[in-house]
Write a protein that binds this ligand. Structure first.
Ligand code: FES
Length: 107
């Protein structure tokens, strides 16, 4: 079962086990992870599920889609090369641990 490791701006981290195919956003909401707002519920319309994907994890993910790229222009925190929307980042099958960093703010 894949895991998602959430790292808060303070450095505190928590790891959650998720079924393959679960988005980072849903994993955060279902497990009470702070800092992921997800106001649109995953409709690719709010940019409040912004995360910074760890460099090592980024290589295992499909590239940004055009709509995700467009919505990322509206993130509240600094946009970085590793920025992704949590609702679009899906935990792949297998035992990998996907590490994401939660930004300082979403609004
Ligand atoms: Fe709104 Fe991801 S939850 S864009």
């Amino acid at each position: 079962m894949p895991q998602i490791r959430f790292v808060q701006p303070s450095g505190a981290a928590e790891v959650v086990d998720v079924p393959a195919g679960t988005s980072v956003m849903l994993a955060a909401i279902r497990n009470g992870v702070r800092g992921i707002e997800a106001e649109c519920g995953g409709c690719l319309d709010c940019a409040t599920c912004h995360v910074y994907v760890d460099e090592a994890s980024l290589a295992a993910l499909p590239p940004l889609g055009d709509q995700e790229e467009a919505v990322l222009a509206a993130v509240a925190a600094e946009r970085r090369p590793t920025s992704r929307l949590g609702c679009q980042v899906i935990a792949p099958a297998g035992t990998m641990t996907l590490t994401v960093h939660v930004p300082e703010r979403q609004l």
